[in-house]
Design a protein around this ligand. Sequence first.
Ligand SMILES: *Cc1c(COP(=O)(O)O)cnc(C)c1O
Length: 396
Amino acid sequence: MKKDTSNWSARTKAVHAGTRRSQYNEVSEAIFMTQGFVYDTAEAAEQRFVQLGEDEFIYARYGNPTVAMFEERIAALEGAEDAFACASGMAAVNGALVSMLKAGDHVVSAKALFGSCLYILEEILGRYGVETTFVDGTDLEQWKAAIRPDTKAVFFESVSNPTLEVTDLKSVAELAHAVGALVVVDNVFATPVFSKAVEQGADVIVYSTTKHIDGQGRALGGVVLGSKEFIRGTLEPYMKHTGAAMSPFTAWIMLKGLETLDLRVKAQAATAKAIAEALEGHPKLEQVSYPGLPSHPQHDLCMSQMGAGGTMVAYEIKGGRDAAFRFMNALQVCIISNNLGDAKTIITHPFTTTHQRLPQEQKDHLGITTGLIRMSAGLEDSQDLINDVLQALEQA
Ligand SMILES: *Cc1c(COP(=O)(O)O)cnc(C)c1O
């Protein structure tokens, strides 16, 4: 039996919302590791294809009880009407955009995007006749100039990867809604914990659940959130027929991740802030970028939009790539990888890895320099992390 969770606070929803119990009344969410479902009679099978009931399923590409629990729980947490879980964050971004757009449509997008999101807009959608205008996401004048009466959607990361620029969601949403365009937000860096995206005007919110929602580096996953009409009417038919469904096992990992999300993300954000404060002004650093520091150009916006600076810190080491590599190789606690939002603190050198393929001009524009380090604060003791970073900076 499903409960009315609407007046529960986020922490309570994250533990209980969406729970469906089998006849065994298990405490922990069951993993329904099945591709399909048995019908008692031929008539029942026919009926299910005519009209799917609340607790009925047909095929795991369309839906599954464990996946449905995850979708309901994250929708409750985000304050969205509905959600659709996907195989990865990119399946979610692709599904959200491709399902709503057609040849001849116009999109306005922030330039500072995750590489694969850029590929979908430029390469894939471009090939099918969707035109995208790219703007500096932090500049409202550029959004205003680019949004046209025929613009169908705007797309941006609320906090950008890797340079941590913050886009003014509410203001961009007002501009978009004035022409009837949908606001699609890649909200990974904000996390469901700090996101108020629905009330700030987002129509469609996308998460890579690979990041904070799993938070322990185990599985790829993604989710799209929005109105019932968008999720079931526009997105679901596309996802159902193209096949990027989330596995029930992954959904179970993500459900368990949601239970501890608030505790983890708040602890990681406190650590990120402590690290940023410890590093700001360090003689070996060109600059430290953390939206929770008053020195960040969108600090006030970030605090009103998210109420915190998030779990990511970026800083630029003096001396370029060689100094950055000496620093990374000297770290004892922090690990070198490219995930984020993980329990383990992760260091990335975007110039040579995640953003390697961008043309130099674009790297310059986005501020991806040879000395830039992206750091995802984990759950280790924050003083141990600060000590580790400071000793490694001595080696840079
Ligand atoms: C990781 C990430 C994605 C892609 O998610 P996957 O789960 O790796 O497919 C998309 N957008 C942002 C901002 C990300 O950080």
